[in-house]
Design a protein. Sequence first.
Length: 146
Amino acid sequence: MILKIKKLRENATLPTRATEGSAGMDLYACITESVTIAPGELKMIPTGIAIALPDKTSAAFLYARSGLGVKHGICLGNGVGVIDSDYRGEVCVGLCNVSNTPYTIEPSERVAQMVIAPVIIPEIAEVSELDSTGRGSGGFGSTGTR
């Protein structure tokens, strides 16, 4: 599989994997000056890249970097970003500060991770009944806490 990546700006950094076993590729802030995210604030951070996924059976998923999330309360505003196979615009990361202190994103800072994953595209069939299971419609803690 080949992921085609186009730099949209000269100062863009191509995604990298921190280790051979890393599932995600780090995405870098393509900004020319620092951006401060106040508590409760959302900011869109450009990466300066566009991608072309191989086909419609794959998508790119953007996740928070664990260090930013756990140490600083910086996470993705939409939980997980989804980049569809036919999108060719700039990959941007919507960051949210859920902490009580401002956080400053520096130029070329790693701001998110991107995971390429398969997508199953099922046919839709409306039915009058679903098969039964032992769990049934139980949800929201119905299986216990331990």
